[in-house]
Design a protein around this ligand. Structure first.
Ligand code: SF4
Length: 242
């Protein structure tokens, strides 16, 4: 079945599904060709916990920029032991030292889009090439780029199905899930870091600031480029990975 038929059959129905139902559909449809993509924010932690209650052999990958906080690396170890999974760590083809030799010091400060391309977008593209679908933890109210995300959609940028099980959740719903289920989370959240990325590009926020104000602070950048997609009409989608 072509992906456009596959998606057309479920896209509208899925909007009424719970996150667990969306996850179950993804696992049943794609088997080991689907993986959760996570940087282990609160939303990703909720999804990982939900997935663990549906099956034991689910896949999780992360884009390890090699610039993450020690707290994030420590959380990754906690996840691996608590859920008995091995996180697939995807790194850039350039080590931090090679990047500096090739493009100069502190590329993130001079050209963050280029740095994100090298350390996130290109590695993601490489990873997605081996999958038929990826599961993300984006929510519609996080940024203007995410407001039209469907729970199941065709990702024209990367050429595979994209599954967003908690697209319609609020941050409060995510927190409620974490606390009710005793899910581990990054301790930086308790120190005014609602959104956590690389050390170079993340700061704590001040009272009243937007939750994502601490990402690429002082620049107009709001996204690393992973979710900057134009979702094409179903008729235009014709992938064959499913
Ligand atoms: S978030 Fe900053 S340091 Fe991390 S890849 Fe993007 S620009 Fe580079």
């Amino acid at each position: 079945m072509h992906n456009n038929q596959l998606i057309a059959g479920v896209q509208s129905k899925a909007e009424g599904w719970s996150p667990q139902q969306v996850l179950a559909w993804a696992f049943d449809t794609f088997g080991n060709k689907v993986a959760i993509s996570s940087a282990f924010g609160t939303e990703g932690m909720a999804l990982i916990d939900m997935a663990s209650r549906l099956r034991t052999d689910f896949r999780v990958f992360t884009l390890d920029t090699e610039f993450l906080f020690p707290e994030t690396y420590s959380l990754m170890e906690t996840i691996e032991s608590r859920y008995e999974i091995k996180i697939e760590r995807v790194v850039s083809q350039f080590s931090p030292e090679e990047q500096e030799r090739e493009y100069g010091a502190a590329l993130w400060a001079r050209d963050p889009d280029h740095c994100c391309n090298l350390r996130k977008v290109e590695p993601l593209r490489r990873k997605l090439n081996e999958l038929g679908a990826w599961i993300t933890s984006i929510r519609r109210d996080q940024t203007s780029f995410r407001k039209d995300a469907r729970k199941i959609e065709w990702d024209a940028k990367f050429g595979l199905v994209k599954v967003n099980p908690i697209a319609d959740w609020s941050s409060n719903q995510v927190w409620r899930y974490l606390l009710e289920h005793g899910v581990p989370y990054n301790p930086l959240h308790d120190r005014d870091y609602p959104s956590i990325g690389c050390t170079h590009c993340t700061r704590a926020i001040q009272p009243g600031e937007d939750p994502r104000a601490g990402r690429w602070s002082g620049t107009s950048k709001t996204e690393c480029g992973l979710h900057l997609i134009e979702v094409q009409p179903l008729a235009a989608t014709a992938g064959t990975k499913a």
